[in-house]
Design a protein around this ligand. Structure first.
Ligand SMILES: [Zn+2]
Length: 291
């Protein structure tokens, strides 16, 4: 298939490396009271404390710029981490404030969480261009908030593997779709209490999953959004898996490796990128309850 018109000429597909710096927030949101658990909290603190510096060194060695989605809570607990990411020349995006999923909140709660995250990032000198919903569980309201606040892109929806444009009112927002198969959580997340997953797969499995998708997208002309969590992928052998994916892409010679912000800019500027109006399916065909 012809490569997405958003990609530079000569690029068969695109690869973006993204890191969700959840740290403590994801567990505090899903498991109230987990702050008492020193093992769980330090397991999460490994992300900003050790993993992010390691990942920043690796990205510098490989000369790759990446996107880091930072919850407002992480920005407040670890402002030095945000500063280090910016200092290294990477992009910082919006990843909710509390990491509570939007699907469990009222519209007012969603707005408060979204806007508090903007304030927390602003305190670190960040005006985010992109958004990723906690657990990717955006609502239709989330997309309106992204548009209302003038962000250029979202990376939460799963109805494509090529960049496209969301039309929300009179705003255009690039959508850069992720997928669960390209998420390190499904391979590495293990914590018995509170349970966040039961997997400890070999890093080689992640390399295989991601590189076969990359090779397939070199034929399909799409976008590979790799999603990682520093507290998981920042362990030493797993960081080498990131390097292996980068080196595979480089060796192919026709993969555009870029942060999501650059891909969003190209998507919004390109002609012939598909535009869609987001919204739920027509429930009356069921019927299904609408509340
Ligand atoms: Zn997250």
């Amino acid at each position: 298939m012809t490569p997405s018109p958003a990609f530079p000429s000569g690029s068969a597909c695109a690869l973006s490396l993204t890191f969700d710096v959840d740290a403590e927030s994801a567990i505090l949101a899903a498991h109230p009271g987990a702050w008492r658990d020193a093992m769980a909290m330090t397991h999460q603190a490994f992300g900003p404390r050790v993993a992010v510096p390691r990942i920043l060194r690796l990205l510098a060695e490989e000369e790759v710029r990446a996107t880091f989605f930072v919850p407002g809570v992480t920005a407040r607990l670890w402002p030095g981490t945000v500063a280090a990411i910016l200092e290294a020349g990477h992009e910082v995006g919006h990843h909710s404030h509390t990491h509570v999923t939007a699907t469990t909140m009222t519209e007012d709660e969603q707005r408060a969480d979204f806007e508090t995250a903007l304030e927390a990032l602003a305190a670190c000198g960040v005006t985010p261009r992109g958004h990723r919903a906690a657990m990717w569980q955006a609502t239709w309201t989330t997309l309106e908030l992204v548009a209302e606040h003038g962000l250029d892109y979202d990376s939460s929806l799963m109805d494509d593997d090529r960049p496209y444009v969301l039309k929300v009112g009179d705003r255009r927002v690039a959508e850069l779709p992720p997928h669960w198969s390209l998420d390190d959580w499904e391979q590495y997340a293990f914590l018995p209490v509170p349970e966040i997953g039961t997997q400890i797969e070999a890093p080689s499995k992640l390399v295989e999953l991601w590189t076969v998708e990359l090779d397939a997208q070199r034929r399909e002309g799409g976008l590979v959004v790799g999603t990682m969590h520093p507290f998981l992928s920042g362990r030493a052998s797993r960081a080498e898996a990131i390097r292996a994916v980068i080196e595979h892409a480089r060796a192919a010679g026709d993969v555009w490796i870029a942060p999501l912000g650059d891909i969003a800019t190209a998507t919004l500027a390109a002609r012939d990128v598909e535009e869609r109006v987001p919204g739920p399916p027509d429930l009356s065909v069921g019927p299904y309850p609408s509340d």
